[in-house]
Design a protein around this ligand. Structure first.
Ligand SMILES: *Cc1c(COP(=O)(O)O)cnc(C)c1O
Length: 389
């Protein structure tokens, strides 16, 4: 059975050229970039090259890129780093109710430790926030606004350029978790009024366990990890050289492939969403109809559990994901879907298909063939479906 991977929002396979670029750095090129000798200098040059590639992808300067262990660490560094550095000025953070847990739980942790107060802006039924809401939430105490570029569950793209402009107007720093968009959509940090931006290599065909935080020149941060002076003193620890070489290669490839992939994946996404809507009753598309990631097709299907659909799809070789995760035995609906005003029962039937550079029309047709009978079978066993009016 051929396996069909439609969970690229969770992680992507390594691009073959990324793998090739990384290979020498596992074995022959094992120097520590901080070392004076040639082993070290070759590793340092490779890391510098990656930093330049990431900077170019974002329209930033290489000195504005701080490498981290991934998206979560970049988010933590941005939030904790700014709140700690600016504690003398204020302690208020503005964010949204639809952020990734790496931002959401970090804000909650800062609140719990008494280091910050957070405002979680409500989102509309598509998961969007308005720049005006952000503007109104900013107070004299606000030190940071954090709004994700695109939502990882429903794909909605936020108007971050306008949000950034509102922050700049009020003299407040703006962070954006762009883990779902870097390498997928064009992004120019300076033109988009962004002060801090998080990215992760494994979401755009790079390796897991490495990412970066863009920190605009002049923005002061307190590090989370103390030690050697790596990453301009903002993130100690010997660099993950193979990983960073992979991140740099992924950034260069994304820059080349993006323009062709955006329309290609968008067309496949639209075909999938339209096809599902035609074949399955009581299905709603979640996320914004047009302002959404090219690779995100997310839906909620009434009278069925997302997890049951996933298991059935997996048996047919199709990998997707659901917003509702069965954590510690209880089925929890996604905070994102609930924040969008989707009722619990419907939110439990969420499914997310996230496409990638290896997705072909046949994969979409296969989902359209497999999912409707799965839904029918599960509904036949559902008391809620029998009792519907
Ligand atoms: C995946 C993801 C993260 C976390 O990134 P890791 O590299 O897995 O730590 C953060 N934010 C968003 C929006 C994501 O999709």
């Amino acid at each position: 059975m051929s396996r069909i991977y439609l969970d690229h929002a969770a992680t992507t396979p390594l691009h073959p050229q990324v793998q090739e670029a990384m290979l020498p750095y596992w074995a022959e090129e094992y120097g520590n970039p901080s070392s004076i000798h040639q082993f070290g200098q070759r590793a340092a040059a490779a890391v510098a090259e990656s930093r330049a590639a990431v900077a170019e992808l974002l329209g930033a300067e290489p000195t504005e890129i701080i490498f981290t262990s991934g998206g979560s660490e970049a988010d933590n560094l941005a939030l904790v780093g700014v709140v700690t550095a600016l504690g003398h000025r204020g302690n208020h953070v503005v964010t949204t109710a639809a952020e990734h847990h790496a931002v959401f739980h970090t804000c909650q942790a800062l609140e719990k430790r008494g280091l910050a107060r957070a405002t979680y802006l409500p989102v509309d039924r598509y998961g969007g926030v308005e720049p005006e809401q952000v503007r109104q939430a900013i107070t004299d105490q606000t030190v940071l606004v954090s709004v994700m570029h695109a939502n990882n569950e429903v794909g909605t793209i936020q108007p971050i350029e306008e949000i950034g402009a509102a922050c700049r107007e009020r003299g407040v720093l703006f962070h954006s978790d762009a883990v779902q968009t870097v390498g997928h959509l064009p992004l120019q940090v300076h033109a988009m009024n962004i002060d801090l931006l998080s990215l992760a290599a494994h979401k755009f065909y790079g390796p897991k366990g490495c990412g970066a935080l863009f920190v605009r020149r002049g923005v002061r941060l307190v590090p989370l990890i103390h030690g050697g002076g790596q990453e301009r003193g903002l993130r100690a620890g010997t660099e993950n050289v193979p990983g960073l070489v992979g991140l740099g290669a992924a950034a260069r490839i994304a820059q080349q492939e993006m323009a062709a992939e955006i329309p290609r994946q968008s067309a496949l996404r639209d075909r999938l969403l339209a096809g599902l809507g035609e074949r399955i009753s009581d299905l709603v598309v979640t996320g914004h109809p047009t302002r959404r990631l090219p690779n995100n097709a997310s839906v909620c299907i009434r009278y069925v559990e997302g997890e049951s659909m996933l298991l059935n799809l997996d048996m047919e070789g199709i990998a997707a994901s659901s917003g509702s995760a069965c954590t510690s035995g209880s089925l929890e609906a996604s905070h994102v879907l609930l924040a969008m005003g989707i009722e619990h029962e419907l939110a439990h039937g969420s499914l997310r298909f996230s496409l990638g550079r290896d997705t072909i029309p046949e994969h979409i047709e296969r989902v359209l063939e497999v999912l409707p009978p799965v839904v029918e079978k599960l509904r036949a066993m559902s008391p809620l479906y029998q009792q519907r009016n």
